[in-house]
Design a protein around this ligand. Structure first.
Ligand code: GLU
Ligand code: ZN
Length: 471
């Protein structure tokens, strides 16, 4: 059997982490089994769809590298196909036209709820001859759901799930305006696209018996189902399009790597021994549906940050990182032309940052052409003391021929010793002067990155500034 899975989002909002995990698991299952994975946009509900959401789906899938086989399917472009199947179902008498008016249906529903009964269609039109009301224009088409017996399926994650047909009713497969409904289109498409495994969120479990009944009425093979448990946010609320419309692309803008997002999501409800770090090819090799847990998982941003830091420090493709960093510098309006080489900056800052954007933001002072002289005011020593340290630094740094951080460090130690300065004071003063911050990578590395010419130039300016402040 050639395995085929699909990701079938409705474009009614931004994808959330739950959706993306569903996409990832479907994708991995197909890849692991050398099968196919398709992308199907379920946009039959014209009122709720929007183009922005379609754009978001494509952006997220492309960013994360969840590539699909075949063309993208849009259900809205398949209405002729659905019509054909519905006509066939009418012919086979497994579907029928229901002429009940909306008012009557509403009324009946109202009384059912009043009597504390589950509201269901009562089957008024189930056995009408098709042409009895042919003059009446307004009708919906309903599926003739079996009245007795039960539907049972073996969910790959939750085991046997059983529904009595008496709990279901003859649900609508074509609306009054002629458009087909979700439960019908899913079956028509899963059948037409030869989907073997339906991997989706557990909020769809209640739809599954309806869908299986349609499959059976068409004498078709029923796919295998795997319903994934939900993801909760840190307050233990279900992550859904309604209550967290976070755009995953926000994580791109914040400087997360797709490797980190995927690694984070793959471990959300799935495990492989104690292994935590998975490269994409390892995920593809090890993934299996039977290792998915039944219980819900909680979204944990700290863990995601940890993984992002891990990948920033372990990614092999430095060229890709440099390109990304250039993008983030540009986004922050930092001109990198006159500053230090980005790869060098990256190699020094990567140990302390959890995202690429953080690297850019925390290293921005390296690209300021001119020192902000007000930094000096942040230093908690007398101006006289600072001035001496600047002067001594100037002559000592000027002396360094081979400009590297170990030579710079030796020089700082040497000059502090020789002049009886407290080494820590010197470091603090230089740090604040050149960065405006109290916490940065080691001062010798910072001085190295800024470069000899700019360091000397700026020290000179600082000296003049301080001298003028004495007058
Ligand atoms: N379109 C549905 C959704 O976005 C998914 C349908 C399915 O996977 O069967 O929730
Ligand atoms: Zn009816």
């Amino acid at each position: 059997m050639k395995i085929k899975t699909r990701f079938a989002p409705s474009p009614t909002g931004n994808l959330h982490f739950g959706n993306v995990r569903t996409a990832l698991f479907s994708w991995l299952f197909a890849k692991k089994n050398k099968g196919k994975f398709i992308l199907r946009i379920e946009d039959t509900d014209v009122l709720r769809n929007n183009l922005k959401s379609v754009k978001n789906i494509l952006e997220v899938m492309n960013w994360l590298g969840l590539n699909w086989d075949e063309k993208i399917y849009f259900q809205s472009k398949r209405f002729n196909f659905y019509k054909k199947i519905i006509n066939l179902m009418l012919e086979k008498k497994i579907a029928y036209k229901c002429y009940c008016s909306e008012d009557i249906l509403k009324n009946k529903r109202f009384y059912q709820i009043l009597k504390k009964k589950k509201p269901k269609y009562d089957g008024t039109c189930r056995n009408l001859e098709n042409n009895i009301f042919f003059n009446k224009k307004s009708f919906v088409i309903r599926f003739k759901n079996p009245k007795s017996g039960y539907v049972e399926f073996h969910d790959k994650i939750r085991g046997i799930i059983k529904f009595n047909n008496s709990e279901l009713d003859d649900f609508i497969i074509q609306r009054r305006d002629g458009s087909p409904t979700y439960n019908f289109c899913v079956v028509a498409d899963d059948l037409d696209m030869k989907i073997t495994h339906v991997i989706r969120g557990e909020d769809h479990i209640s739809n599954t018996p309806k869908q299986i009944n349609i499959f059976c009425s068409l004498n078709a093979n029923v796919p295998i189902y795997a319903h994934l448990p939900i993801i909760l946010d840190k307050n233990k609320n279900k992550i859904s399009k309604k209550n967290s419309n976070i755009n995953i692309m926000k994580y791109f803008r914040e400087g997360f790597l797709p490797e980190a997002i995927l690694n984070y999501l793959v471990r959300l409800g799935w495990s492989h021994g104690n292994k935590e770090i998975f490269s994409i090819s390892e995920m593809k090799n090890f993934f299996s549906l039977n290792k998915i847990s039944k219980s819900s998982s909680i979204f944990n941003i700290k863990r995601l940050l940890y993984l992002n830091k891990y990948y920033i420090n372990n990614i092999i493709d430095i060229k890709k990182i440099i390109l990304l960093l250039k993008y983030y510098f540009k986004k922050e309006n930092i001109n990198i032309k006159n500053g230090p080489n980005i790869e060098k900056v990256f190699n020094i800052f990567k140990y302390r940052c959890s995202s690429l954007r953080e690297i850019v933001i925390s290293s921005n002072y390296l690209y300021d052409k001119f020192l902000n002289l007000k930094n000096i005011l942040l230093i908690n020593f007398s101006n006289k003391y600072i001035l001496i340290i600047f002067k001594v630094s100037y002559y000592n740094f000027k002396d360094i021929d081979l400009w590297n951080s170990s030579k710079i460090w030796k020089k700082i130690v040497f000059m502090s010793d020789k002049n009886n300065f407290d080494l820590k004071n010197v470091i603090d003063i230089l740090r604040v002067t050149f960065t405006g911050k109290f916490n940065t990578p080691s001062i010798s590395k910072i001085i190295y990155l800024i470069g000899k010419k700019r360091i000397l130039y700026n020290l000179k300016k600082c000296i003049l500034f301080l001298k003028s402040s004495f007058i």
